[in-house]
Design a binder for this molecule. Sequence first.
Ligand SMILES: NC(=O)c1ccc[n+]([C@@H]2O[C@H](COP(=O)([O-])OP(=O)(O)OC[C@H]3O[C@@H](n4cnc5c(N)ncnc54)[C@H](O)[C@@H]3O)[C@@H](O)[C@H]2O)c1
Length: 362
Amino acid sequence: MRKVGVRLGSNSYEIQIGSGLLAQTGQQLKRIGFGDKLVIVTDPTVKSLYGNTLKQSLTGEGFKVAILLVPEGEAQKSLETAGRLYQELTDFYAERTTPILALGGGVIGDLAGFVAATYMRGVPLIQMPTTLLAQGDSSIGGKVAVNHGQLKNKIGTFYHPKLTISDINTLKTLSPREFNDGLAEIIKHGAILDGEFFSYLEDNLDKIKSLDAQVLERVVSRSAEIKAGVVEKDELDLGLRNILNCGHTVGHAIESVSGLKIWHGEAVAIGMLVEAKISNKMGILDRDELVRLKSVIKGANLPTEIPDLEVAKIIQAMKHDKKILQGKLRFALPKSIGDVFITDEVSPSLIEQVLSDWNEES
Ligand SMILES: NC(=O)c1ccc[n+]([C@@H]2O[C@H](COP(=O)([O-])OP(=O)(O)OC[C@H]3O[C@@H](n4cnc5c(N)ncnc54)[C@H](O)[C@@H]3O)[C@@H](O)[C@H]2O)c1
């Protein structure tokens, strides 16, 4: 098992990454001392795969356990679902000391995290991410939220878990598309902040795709460590965290113009490439490094082309994005592999040119 410490003063906690950790959770929580009852929030797919293992581990140590089920999908990140969970927590007589275990992907992590932050002004949260996106990225950083109508993550707060347990065995049941989608943010972490890690990803792509446990443990833990390092310096997302948006200015626009047919990680992968090309055209990123980035993204079976590309719509969508500052688009562009810079000086004509030429050149 690997451990990553997240140092945030009184909010500090540990992320544990390893194989078979779900079955040891009961012992672990008993040792830490978490009262006598616990609540698991999860969805039906994850419950059917991992609910029993986790529940048995907890009841085996004498915990009284309630499983609160949330249907799958982004639409469940709502105040309505949160309201239902508050009621179910009340029905279970959950107290301020009753921990909530968020077992699932990013949707469950964000929703259960939001409920944990607000029920009785905050109860202990334990993140138990089961997708690659959640293990390597979304469960780290304390952002918990629900959507408000079409407005994503509009109602939320920062709330860190007491502990995060990432059992990498759970990654075995992800669909290949879901797995690859999560890989995009991990590649991003290497591309913007750690050239050595990026090389490791280049060298080990086949082992990653064949779910080699040792390699996955290292990949998930280094990705978590990189994100934690940024969060430690900018806990409340007031500046530095912007670098994590590499690929997202273009990526979010592609995701939304596609009507969500292109998934988030897929869109970020294309976005990273478009933004790397912009950086290259600005004379900053070397062509060789752009080629390396593209080759890793392709090797991870992530898309490099934009289907049904409509440049005008993508540019329009970018203008509605939150990364716009005083009328200028803000980008986190790769400077070299392992380095990144923030700029709002990318000319609209360059963005248009790179996008217009995209599918022919890519
Ligand atoms: N808080 C943050 O900082 C942050 C960052 C990035 C993304 N997010 C959020 O994350 C969410 C997306 O998360 P996601 O990609 O994990 O999707 P998800 O949570 O919707 O999970 C995707 C699907 O995978 C299934 N699943 C989960 N674990 C599985 C497993 N081990 N085996 C088989 N199936 C499994 C789920 O049932 C679900 O159907 C979005 O709501 C996004 O806003 C949050």
